[in-house]
Design a protein around this ligand. Sequence first.
Ligand code: FES
Length: 618
Amino acid sequence: MKITLTDGRVLDIKEGETLYEAFTRQEVYLTASCGGKGVCGKCKVRIIEGDFECRNYGKLTQEEKQEGIVLACQSVVHSDLFIEIPEESKLIIGDKIAISRTKDLYRILQEYGVELSPLVSRLSLQLHHPTLDDNLGDLERIKRELQTHGLLLRFPKRFVDTLAEQLRSNNWSVNLCWQKDNNEALYLEPQIQKKSYGLAVDIGTTTVVVYLVDTETGEVLDVGSTYNSQIRYGDDVITRIVNATEGGLLSELRRAVVTDINDLLEAILKRKGIRRNEVESMVVSGNTTMSHLFWGFNPENIRLEPYIPTVNIFPVWYARDAGVKINPDAPVYTLPSVASYVGGDIVSGVLATGMHRRAELSLFMDIGTNGEIVVGNNEWLMTAACSAGPCFEGSGIKYGMRATEGAIESVSIDPETLEPKIKVIGDRKPIGICGSGMIDAVAEMLLKGVIDQKGNLQDAPRVREGEEGPEYLFYADSGKEIVLTQADLDNLIRAKGAIYAGVSLLLKEVGLDVEMIEKVYIAGGFGNYIDVKKAIIMGMLPDIPEERFHFVGNTSVAGAYLCLLSEDMRKEAERVASMMTYVELSMKSNYMDEFMSALFLPHTDISLFPSVKERLKI
Ligand code: FES
């Protein structure tokens, strides 16, 4: 049977296959936050013609059903179909996306006062030609020469495989490249003047970012970024782990992210006129699940109690093992993880902000698809994962979406008329609301009395009864309405409550209060758009002076950059990881109390939010 799309593409579909499966197989990607379980309601398509069966309509409204809208992951077909994919269901991956670029990385490296020492070192060797009197073997000849430089290396078989030919074709004058961190010989190359390049890669749950770096100067030559195409197997790490294990899709998930990196790389190298083989080292930073999936390790135990990853401190492996299309012998360093839910991306964040080197009390927050936090200073670091879920990235929110074109990114509500004023990314017709818009919306609704301090919608203009209960209408035009439902508000309050409770509990563990925090670092793409005042009103961020908050952009790739260029930084990353005490919040008896207290706007204990108390009085 075949499916014809309104844009003219024709796909095939097998007996018993769902529309979502058929689309994914043929690289037509839909937003699928729940990974095809029928619960997120994001994979909507409109069937214009044909015989089908939708096993579960989930959250679709009566109106949507009448228009022929179905959930692609719940629908099988009985005849050829003619289908429209609505704009909000299309998953745009592979496109260049805006990323928060951490500026002046080289300055951070200089401030740390460390030498440039990339993963690959090279030494020029002028070997004596063998004679009947000097008849040492080729490898022994190299070792003899290395002794004069005080070097003792290990030689893997693959190095020796081509040794005889390499030495003779280069007339016994070669560069020997080796990996400094483990003293392993990598390869020989002719003695020609050449540049050396490396890659710093951030594998985020949502985005993949690649920096091409000149490893001799530290200059960032080019940057590429895209959505992590694992998104088609679910928005959050848990859904992906389930798909990788119970769904048997581990190799597909691995391939998806490696392909993303290779695609970005291909475009960058083409722009710069650099050959793949000239890229001779790589550093990867990601959360524990992303690192496991990148290396193809079964992530099952990350999800199962007692939550043990296969590896926290990754040995250095090679590009050929990863499938990344650079020099196959290029060493690949992976930022160490701390625990199942605090990974190398957070170690990178600490490394890039330098909070582990200063005496002042700092808080690092990465509010992305989950919500990891670190508090501490140069003597101690504590960390936790907040189980906030990916709702600030659109998941679990009826009209939630990522911060791309068409997303409502800021909201204000007129105090007199209670009419909302919205700003949409790309200045176009809105199709949904992203994280910063949601935070604005909750804060504004609270200040203007549209919701009470429990987050319950009040009797106010634009509040109406929808199919799923009360909802607030943000936007309406012919055929398109965007609402925030009571269930959405409850989800957002739970997410902000989890983040605040995590911060509060970590501090209490060491007998400190939130007002003692001298610096708050907010990392991640999401952090760039967040309005601190509104996030404080909502009770997500602590009520401390605004100047203590610092947006630090993508610190995951910044940490990867630092480790790409410096052995000291690689050692420091491992020291930071071992210095971080992981607190499993769910095992703490007082976590539930903290969480319940934070399920109020801004908090049950209003004295913790003095500035909000004043505003609410007004
Ligand atoms: S409802 Fe279909 S992917 Fe979530």
